[in-house]
Design a protein around this ligand. Structure first.
Ligand code: HEM
Ligand code: CU
Length: 444
């Protein structure tokens, strides 16, 4: 079977997947990929010097077909500092392309391979130290469609999990870089989908409609952790186990090893937000491993009813007390109000807005408002005790009763000073500057 056509592959950034090209099977496919080293967002207020295939993390999605002959061009941007190469798991041959693709900054390497096996494969940089190149963002997925193609679906998305080992703690603001110690211990600060915290969450969520079938191409770059990939509120109708040809049915959670992938498919039967998680669940709620698909359309109350009742259940009252957070005692230089407002806004959005809402209005009956809160503005500690220790029990805010639990928030004294300064001087509140030393006084 000699090749019958030639074209340059369309490459896409996550969560987009190139359309299946109208193949004349098999073909010669030209792939041009560029390595770019650049500083980008890792989380709100957090930046990292990423190394990328194509300017984003994860790298460009490549789609070819079994039997295709690939002519691969790897370019290393002249502004880059280091040599890089590529090991594609779809390649048969020692190194998977690593040796012929080794490229210095300002050069392009060319090599060719034939796609013998269908499947969804990881590619990554394999330049020494390999772990560092992967940890900094050098990975992506290449789909080798089986000869006969894949069954049609309504939506296809590209999702890739990976970890970041940063010197700074999770969420600490500013530019941070790679920490070898944490990488060796396999203790990442961040575990993310598609290269950053919140890359596909809320207004950036992937979109689908009730009745549509969805196929996710899911990769795990590691460099260390195995993903327990799960979609909250869905059951996978089909899973191409490990990205290969074996199809498992009716799966809740599928394991995706570092340097591995899976293709999962499901039908959207009801509207709502589907949360894509690593069910090693602290990674999701504390390290960033969350992506979302928003499904819009008609309710189907037979499939999922929603709340059908709320009955009182009270076998006995209990009291709860949260343990103290580890005190951060080091003296921090005080900041001006404008500086605190700027930092506080970012901290508020990632630590408080989920409950109290971006506009500070809270949610009726559940989360009290901070906007024009008489309760907050009257407190001697300016609210520091609430953030440090959490809050539970009956309170009255703007004439309404609340009796819920707010967990303590894991921030240091300087950060709490900023978030409180922001809260106490936004949405009509006039509370003046809160100093880190004032927060420390409440903590100690
Ligand atoms: C109460 C601030 C994060 C849930 C309060 C109050 C303040 C406050 C000042 C007192 C009531 C008021 O003035 O309205 C903050 C700040 C946060 C934060 C600055 C971030 C650093 C959260 C989060 C949640 C939450 C993440 C939800 C998980 C609640 C609840 C109450 C409350 C339920 C009422 C507690 C009760 O009924 O006793 N918060 N909050 N807060 N907060 Fe937060
Ligand atoms: Cu590299």
């Amino acid at each position: 079977d000699s090749v019958v056509g030639q074209y340059e592959a369309e490459l896409t950034d996550a969560p987009n997947v190139p359309r299946s090209p109208g193949y004349k099977y098999p073909e010669k496919v030209i792939i041009k990929l560029e390595v770019v080293e650049k500083v980008m967002r890792l989380a709100d207020g957090v930046e990292y010097n990423f190394w990328t295939f194509g300017g984003k993390v994860p790298g460009k999605f490549i789609r070819i077909r079994e039997g295709d002959e690939v002519e691969f061009y790897l370019s290393n941007h002249p502004n880059n500092k280091l040599p890089h190469n590529i090991d594609l798991h779809a390649v048969t041959g020692p190194g998977g392309g690593a040796e012929p693709s080794m490229t210095a900054p300002g050069h392009t390497s060319k090599f060719s391979f034939k796609a013998l096996n269908p499947g969804l494969f990881v590619y990554h940089c394999a330049t020494a130290p390999v772990g560092l190149h992967i940890a900094n963002g050098m990975y992506g997925l290449i789909l080798v469609e089986p000869k006969e193609g894949l069954p049609p679906v309504d939506k296809e998305f590209y999702v890739m999990q990976s970890e970041f080992y940063t010197k700074a703690k999770y969420g600490q603001l500013g530019l941070t870089d790679f920490d070898m110690e944490k990488a060796l211990d396999e203790k990442p600060e961040y575990v993310v989908f598609n290269g950053s915290v919140g890359a596909a969450v809320a207004e950036k969520a992937m979109q689908a409609k009730v009745g549509e079938t969805v196929r996710l191409y899911v990769g795990n770059a590691g460099p260390n952790l195995i993903s327990s990939f799960h979609v909250i509120g869905e059951i996978f109708d089909n899973v191409h186990v490990e990205g290969g040809s074996l199809v498992n049915k009716n799966v809740q959670t599928t394991a995706i090893p570092a340097g591995g992938a899976a293709i999962v498919e499901f039908k959207c039967d009801v509207p709502g937000t589907l949360n894509l998680v690593d069910h090693s669940i602290f990674r999701t709620f504390n390290k960033g491993a969350l992506a979302q698909i928003k499904v819009v359309g008609e309710e189907n109350l037979k499939v999922y009813s929603g709340k059908q009742g709320d009955m009182i259940y009270q076998p006995g009252a209990e009291t709860q007390k949260e343990p103290d957070a580890g005190a951060v005692k080091s003296a921090v230089p005080e900041k001006s109000l404008p500086e605190r407002m700027e930092q506080g806004l970012v901290l508020f959005q990632s630590n408080c807005a989920a409950c109290h809402q971006k506009n500070g209005e809270g949610l009726a009956g559940a989360f009290p408002p901070l906007a024009k809160s008489d309760y907050l503005m009257a407190r001697k500690d300016k609210g520091a005790g609430i953030v440090l220790h959490g809050l539970s029990g009956k309170i009255k805010v703007k004439g309404k009763d609340y009796d819920a639990i707010m967990p303590q928030v894991q921030l240091n004294d300087d950060e709490i000073a900023s978030v409180l300064s922001y809260v106490r001087n936004s949405w009509g509140n006039k509370g003046g500057l809160v100093k880190a030393s004032e927060v420390s006084a409440v903590r100690n």
